[in-house]
Ligand binder design. Sequence first.
Ligand code: AMP
Length: 394
Amino acid sequence: MNILVVNCGSSSLKFQLVDSETEQVKASGNCERIGLDGKIVYKSGGKKTETKSSLPDHAVAISKVLDMLTDAKDGVINSLDEIHAIGHRLVHGGEKFSSSVVIDEDIIKEIETCNDLAPLHNPANILGIRACQRAMPRIKHVAVFDTAFHQTMPAKAYLYGLPKEYYSKYGVRRYGFHGTSHSFVSKRLAELAGLDYENSKLIICHIGSGASIAAVKNGKSIDTSMGMTPLEGLVMGTRSGDIDPAIIEFICQKENISVSEMTMVLNKKSGMFGLSGVSNDCRDIIEASENGNKDAANALDVLAYRIIKYIGAYYMALGGADAIALTAGAGENSSEIRKSIMDGLSAIGVEMDEEANKKRGEEVLLSTPSSKVPVWIVPTNEELAIARETARLV
Ligand code: AMP
């Protein structure tokens, strides 16, 4: 089966055409600057093309993607009949969705009731679904939610210490994100570490430009660092992660800015970018730190320290850990960041294999044979996970 995986943002549309039997990616790419000047990046057979193209809305973007996939010269399929289903990435499924679903009009209405919780993401995701449904009305469309995997968290992990009516009236609670990645990586980690997934205690560290950690017990998420929104938890590329909530009013008064402006600062100008003053990309920050930039060095210390603290907390929440995975951009590729994290885990008996830590972007055991807890690089693949879910449901 050929599954088209679609991930829509407010001005972007990422896609991948995956053969669900061989799990091979036939073509991939993204439409950027939808509603602005428009650009399409298309990759297939080791070839990459970038085209400036008018993309007034998501409907035009998806129809141009479908044209490229079926193009006589650069296409990878002969006709649209060779696309058997579309898997859509959905950011927020609230408490309504604890697994992926085949989309119909009722499901779209239910997803819309979660829009309040992800006002930037969900409406864009729905725009993408509608555009794809119009372009391909005869096939099944599946929604795969970032929040679904974490719906198994117990109340003690998802409730905040707030007046309880905020939860009952508005759904204010921890939902957690990156669920597709945490689910994919935790299953693979269990295989690599020779564990029974249904009887294991795993800590998954997704360290990319967005970052979160999940505690996975017996195949179920029992806690995770992101909260009602993806702002909570670890220090990320531009997001602050955990802060004292009283800071918000304090800075609003000092800087004479509104709560919305402060929320924008917490989402877009904080984290590694705000701390280092260099970049949101850890590669630039590591380089600056090596060149003596103290703020860059501090930012890297804060990043690793927060991760170590969360691993410690989840070690206790799980009652131990059978294995730990590092994944996503920095987790898969940065020897420096991995070393800082693993050096901070000696209290739970983690020992790093310096040679193994030189590798990147592949499945690698990073710890020594005598390490009490094995630590693995497990590359994530959210698109493949969405394709698998879609194939399973159709
Ligand atoms: P992702 O969101 O998973 O694509 O991760 C992207 C982020 O991973 C980048 O912004 C970098 O901060 C980080 N990253 C990727 N490769 C490296 C590397 N070799 N060294 C340090 N950080 C990296």
